[in-house]
Write a protein that binds this ligand. Sequence first.
Ligand code: SAM
Length: 189
Amino acid sequence: MTTFYDLFMAPLEKRWLTDIRKTIIPSASGKVLEIGFGTGVNLQYLDCDQIDSVTALDLDFRKTNDKCDKDNITFVKGKAEQLPFPDASFDTVIETLVLCSVSDLETALQEIMRVLKPKGRFIYIDHVLPDDKALATLFKGINHFWPHIASGCNVTRTPHLSIARHEIEHIESGHRAHTIFRYGIVTKH
Ligand SMILES: C[S@@+](CC[C@H](N)C(=O)[O-])C[C@H]1O[C@@H](n2cnc3c(N)ncnc32)[C@H](O)[C@@H]1O
C-alpha cells in the first residue's frame, strides 16, 4: 500500500534521494540498525550478501510498507534518544531523514555512537539548513509553522556539523540540492 509519506516524498526521491541512497546504503554490513525505519525505503538498497541481520527501530510501525520482507527484520519500538541496545551492538547504523525530528539531536547522536562497535559505520542522509543565506532565511521562516504540520520536522538544523564533532572519520560525504541534503558514511574511532 502506498502511504501518504511515500506520495509526499516521491518527487524528492526521484530528483535527489534515490541517487544518494544508491550511493551510500550498500556499504552497510554485518549487524545493521536502522533508526527511523519509516516505510522501509532503504531496504531495497542493502547488499544482502554483506548483511547478517537488520534491526528496524521507530516510534511505531503502522506505516511500514507492505513490500518489506518482514521475515528477516527485527522490529523494535523505541526512540533514537534512548536506544534500547547495549554499547557496541552494531556494525552499521543507518539514519536517513530522522535527525530533523528527534527531540534532542545531540543525545540521539551520542546514542548512535554508543551502540556502534569501534570501527563501525554510521550512514546518514539529512536535510539541513542550506549554506546559501537567502535559502537559509527562507527555511527559518518556513520553520515557524513546518514542524507543526510535519510531525516535528525542523528544517533549520545542521546535524552534519554535530556529526563532525564526534570521534569519527568520514569515508564519504556530499551534498545535493544547494546543500539542502547532506549525506555521509563515517567510521567510529
Ligand atoms: C521523515 S521519516 C524518514 C523515514 C526513512 N528513514 C526515510 O529515509 O524515508 C522519519 C521517521 O523517523 C521516525 N522518528 C521520528 N522521531 C524519531 C525518534 N525520536 N526516534 C526514532 N524514530 C523517530 C518517524 O516515525 C519516521 O518514521
